[in-house]
Ligand binder design. Structure first.
Ligand SMILES: Cc1ncc(C[n+]2csc(CCOP(=O)(O)OP(=O)(O)O)c2C)c(N)n1
Length: 651
């Protein structure tokens, strides 16, 4: 079914419809009989583009008919769609004037973003990349509409896993007290990234398969809406049902929150979808449509492997096999090194457990799930709960390791301070994807964790230069009396062997990798190879003596070594894959200032801006003055002007 993205005939041999769709008006104008062909072409396009660029294959293939139906019934940009996570927005992009070369550049520099952004299109009424925000934001938009007295429809599209987020439930609790007009679509495919977890997902499963409940509700809904004044009668029936405590017919959970429940609806049946959306459009109470979809529909490999094809790297659509970029590193991914090391530690010490927020494979905890299932917890998309749960475990002598991407740990910030750090509880945080996440863009870059953690008392913060040091850091953190944070980037580790017995690292001790007398580069973790290359080039081309320090600890910082360098080396350089504001370089400046040490320091890192998505690290670094040549030029310029005051080096 994989047709070249720009071919003029569809796989059915008919002229392609997709190139004629320039906006929602074209979707509405299409005869209903042609919608099936359009759905097929959309699937072909998504498969062709994601096979080349990678992306969220399964979630988008699952919502083709649903998104088509939304655009048949509603009119964006006047009506507002709010997509939860917004990883399932490809179909919406294709229907709102973002097809062709722009879509074929998905997740690449200058091409469509993998998520939705208000800046990308007027049809994106709300941007996202993190889960669980849609219902609250949609409720805010609906309430604003009511306050302004306008009439547009607000539709929130939430996956079943969004309901594992506390925020979604907080929003649900507020719907009826905020508005009478809100349409919530629950896209239930039974999967988060891995299979969905928790009591609510079991409940949804029961709801969608309880035939007695569904039949009674369908029949009654049909009966009431067929009568004159049926809406009012239906409302009275719902109220009576709530007040009699479901004595005769059980209400769905959503009805208890005051929403009208419609469903379950076959999410691949366009006619049924359109009919139900039309009904919801005219409802005078908030409505939830429970839509059942198949994740990955249209690509056999994606249906067979929903977890792999949730967010896939480039693949062969015929076999589903991943395609490795030529020359790609063969070293293990950082998360797998961490996950396998954790298995070793957990097997040796039953107090050690791992916690993930719905990302067992992304964080490497799938290894622990397979080897030590009793010591593994997937709490769903519930980062705040994950941190609190770990805090509770730690009060009872358990040694929890919370593995969460740097960007998603932002959700767990209050309990990090209020629960873990304030009580000095020994919880280890493994912050994956710390640093740039190029194809994903600003919602996923892990560029803020040092800034938000450095200010937290009792925190120990580390970043390893290679996988052997990562295992040492995990081992070290598991011995700490309080919280330990380890950050490491996306992608392959350095490719060094991991020793059999890990070492406990001396706290706050950096490592000199290369001596130098003119310039000393203090580099953090993933930036060490860049620092070593920079030092070698400055030495070869400028005859400068340049050293490199592997900082290892951001907190506590190795002040003794730093002050000794500041005393005798004319220029210090800091290098980090993090924003400059509040990052590692800031820690160095603070330490020097506290010691009254007037050293020249050049800080190199990301500027005070949200960095867009891009094709690669290299392209984005070049765009922000951080390419290898830029680093060389900037350090050399500063060396030549080293007697002037330090300058802010962000672009
Ligand atoms: C706060 C947060 N945690 C974790 C993630 C990673 N994540 C992206 S999509 C997803 C699962 C979404 O599942 P669901 O909402 O059911 O949508 P589906 O992909 O099944 O359509 C997760 C866990 C995220 N985006 N945001």
């Amino acid at each position: 079914m994989n047709t070249p993205a720009d071919s003029s005939a569809s796989s059915s041999g008919l002229p392609r419809l997709l190139p004629t769709i320039h906006g929602p008006a074209d979707v509405k104008a299409l005869p209903a009989a042609q919608l099936g062909q359009l759905a097929q072409e959309i699937r072909e396009e998504i498969i062709a583009v994601t096979a080349k660029n990678g992306g969220h294959v399964g979630p988008n293939l699952g919502v083709v008919e649903l998104t088509l139906a939304m655009h048949r019934v509603f009119s964006t940009p006047e009506d507002q769609f709010v997509f939860d996570v917004a990883h399932q927005g490809y179909v919406h992009k294709l229907l709102t004037g973002r097809g062709g070369a722009f879509f074929q550049g998905l997740r690449q520099s200058g091409g469509a973003s993998g998520f939705l952004y208000r800046a990308e299109s007027a049809h994106d009424s709300y941007g996202a990349g993190h889960a669980g925000t849609a219902l609250s934001a949609a409720l805010g938009m609906a309430t604003a509409r009511d306050l302004r007295g306008s009439q547009e429809h607000v539709v929130a599209l939430c996956g079943d896993a969004a309901f594992t987020c506390g925020i979604t439930l907080e929003a649900l609790n507020n719907v009826v007290s905020s508005t009478k007009r809100l349409i919530v679509i629950l896209n239930d495919n039974e999967w988060s990234i891995a299979r969905n977890v928790g009591a609510l997902s079991k409940y949804l499963n029961r709801l969608s398969t309880n035939s007695t409940y569904n039949k009674v509700h369908h029949d009654l809904e049909k009966f009431f809406t067929g009568l004159p004044g049926g809406q009012d009668m239906h409302r009275m029936w719902m109220k009576w049902k709530r007040e009699t405590k479901d004595f005769i017919v059980e209400s769905s959970l959503f009805e208890k929150f005051g929403l009208r429940y419609l469903g379950p609806i076959d999410g691949h049946n366009l006619e049924e979808l359109v009919k139900n959306l039309e009904f919801a459009k005219h409802s005078d109470t908030p409505v939830i449509l429970h839509v059942l979809t198949k994740k990955g529909k249209g690509l056999d490999a994606a249906v067979a492997h929903p977890e792999k094809f949730h967010g896939a790297s480039p693949y062969d659509p015929a076999t589903g096999e991943s395609i490795k970029a030529p020359g790609a590193a063969s070293a293990p991914a950082w998360q797998d090194v961490m996950g396998k090391a954790l298995v070793r530690f957990a097997q040796a010490d039953a107090r050690i457990v791992g916690i993930t927020g719905a990302m067992p494979s992304g964080t490497g905890l799938s290894h622990l799930a397979a080897e030590c299932p009793k010591q593994f917890f997937d709490v769903g998309i519930a980062e705040e709960h994950a941190v609190l749960f770990a805090a509770g475990l730690a009060t009872k002598g358990i040694r929890p390791v919370v593995a969460i991407y740097s960007t998603f740990l932002q959700r767990g910030y209050d309990p990090i301070i209020h629960d873990v750090a304030l009580q000095n509880l020994p919880v280890t945080f493994c912050m994956d994807r710390a640093g740039l996440s190029p194809n994903d863009g600003p919602t996923h870059h892990g560029l803020f964790d040092l800034a938000y953690l450095r200010c937290v008392p009792n925190a120990t913060i580390m970043q390893p230069k290679d996988e052997d040091e990562l295992v040492d850091m995990l081992h070290t953190s598991l011995q700490l009396p309080g919280p330990g944070f380890i950050r490491y980037p996306r992608g392959p580790a350095a490719g060094v062997p991991v020793k059999a017995r890990p070492a406990v690292l001396p706290l706050g001790q950096a490592e000199v990798l290369r001596q130098g007398s003119n310039i000393m580069i203090w580099a953090l973790g993933s930036m060490i190879p860049d620092a070593l290359a920079l030092a070698a080039r400055l030495e070869a081309e400028e005859n400068l003596s340049v050293g490199v320090v592997n900082a290892r600890f951001v907190k506590p910082l190795d002040r003794t070594l730093l002050l000794s360098h500041a005393a005798c080396i004319p220029l210090l350089v800091t290098l980090e894959d993090h924003v400059l504001s509040g990052g590692f370089g800031s820690a160095v400046l603070e330490a020097l200032q506290e010691a009254d040490c007037p050293a020249a320091v050049e800080r190199l890192g990301w500027p005070d801006k949200f960095v867009e998505h891009g094709s690669s690290q290299e392209i984005l670094r070049a765009a922000y003055g951080l390419s290898a040549d830029d680093l060389y030029r900037r350090v050399l310029a500063r060396w030549r002007n080293r007697h002037t005051a330090p300058v802010e080096t962000g672009v």
